[in-house]
Design a protein around this ligand. Sequence first.
Ligand SMILES: Cc1cc2nc3c(=O)[nH]c(=O)nc-3n(C[C@H](O)[C@H](O)[C@H](O)COP(=O)(O)OP(=O)(O)OC[C@H]3O[C@@H](n4cnc5c(N)ncnc54)[C@H](O)[C@@H]3O)c2cc1C
Length: 547
Amino acid sequence: MLIDTRKVDTSDAIIADVCIVGGGAAGITLALELADQTFTIILLESGGERPDPTTQHLYAGKNIGLAHEPPETSRSRYLGGSTNCWGGWCRPLDKLDFEERPWIANSGWPITKEDLLPYYVRSHDWLQLSEFHYEIDHWSEEIQRLKAAIFSIEASGLCNIVDQLSPPTRFGKFYRSRLEKARNIKTFLFANVTEILTNSNATHATGVAVRTVNGKSFVIKARTIVLAAGGIETARLLLLSNKVQTEGLGNAHDLVGRYYMDHPRILSTRVKIPDARRYRPLYDATLHRIHRGVGSKRMRLEIHLAPGPDVQRGMKLPNSRTYLVARHDNDVSKSYLALKALQNALSGRKQFGYPYSKIVPDVARQLSILLRYTPMTLATIGEVFLNSFLATQEFSLESVLEPIPNPDSRVMLGPERDFFGQNQVEIDWRLTEQDKLHFIALNKLIVDRLSKTGLVIPLESGLPYFEAWPENVVGCWHHMGTTRMHTDPAQGVVDMDCKVHGIHNLFIVGSSVFPTVGSDSPTITLVSLALRLAEKIRKDFQNPRNH
Ligand SMILES: Cc1cc2nc3c(=O)[nH]c(=O)nc-3n(C[C@H](O)[C@H](O)[C@H](O)COP(=O)(O)OP(=O)(O)OC[C@H]3O[C@@H](n4cnc5c(N)ncnc54)[C@H](O)[C@@H]3O)c2cc1C
């Protein structure tokens, strides 16, 4: 059942067995995995079924560290969460990503890849992915179908790693009818959780406070409470829930919000690939990014280059992935930048429900630039649309790096207030000198080893792209690490079951629990964690001693 919370009239508490805060990929997977059980579930989602600017604005905040996408526009606040705007790249973390590595401080999960494997396999159905195969040999028919080739680099210690592409699944739309039909699930839309309530010594969560933008407020009481509000908002909610534990809930060791990570991404060396036509279909990200609609239907995989585990160990490197970005004559032209800005302004309306009045000035500004440089604009548009057919041979390498978990990189409460008078977030995203050295070593490794194949010719030497560090680093919209998993309460916010240390019945699911993040996109891992948590909750309810 879907309920519009703005129309709920009650001053009494509403009672459920399980209350899940957040209707994104994590919350929806968890709720539906528990569908048709004998216990009742309430799923609370801040937004409705479409974006609306008032709700979206509840995500507003400030970046006070490295520049990356602002908190308001780096995620979607309505049913389905950021799967309403995600790209669909999926790949499970590697075995080594879960391990403690002496050369990476604070690394390692308390669970192994094997522990998560059965859930990774099942996550493929949830994400509408192909068979659970990430070995390149398995895909030889697909590679032939695309008339594509892969770089023969295995002997060099580099690997070709496979990313699978989800359609991409929009969880809100795709799972709506299942949410509506599930007998034991009530989904409250437009329900903003403003506080997690506890007993007097915060050993038990008793419920959550809910408010709506039209002035309704009530409490949901539940035996088990799960926070699935995303990598930034989950930390914010814990910090805001500070009536009993004044430093914030689960924050006795000052860890909530710390270790914030996004995946740093950097464009590096320009290269020439004479036989590029055969390598582009699998390695060129622009074919997927620019032609996402066409590309994602046609393509089910993308290949990236990565140092294998032995090279990572030997060179003391973190994980990473590198791919190609096609370069064209006009791709840094004024027209190209104006087209990108125009696309962003228009997507602000589609993604966040911004009214025309908010986007018109920006649209007008970009259109005037496009008109002023008409010949260049036409050439740029041609290049964008003909991208997959143009016989380009020039590319930039682009690398995504596993960042070092860093306690000084953090999400905090700032002084500005939201609609409900609650502190907005301030995000202090930081990278270290070690991250920079890792990028440089990785770049050298990839360029050297690719050059040795004779198929790739570097067009520049030196490291021009690193001179402006960290200005030219961008993020990937992956918000991770703010409630990290560790068996020791002094080193982690949740334990290996995703339960908040010291609070009997409060759980967290999402990328905030990742202690180390590999270099792969996070959603398949967080969906797998949701499936694993569902199994635990199901077992707990079967065993009354746990309640
Ligand atoms: C542009 C973009 C591209 C991306 N591309 C990829 C990709 O290719 N591959 C990949 O793996 N990942 C990608 N991601 C990241 C991916 O979208 C997220 O990892 C994933 O959607 C997170 O799911 P979640 O359920 O944990 O959190 P969210 O999607 O953030 O969902 C949280 C939900 O909680 C709700 N909520 C928040 N606060 C409250 C509150 N106080 N009360 C009630 N409800 C609340 C929100 O409205 C939201 O619906 C991308 C993200 C973006 C923005």
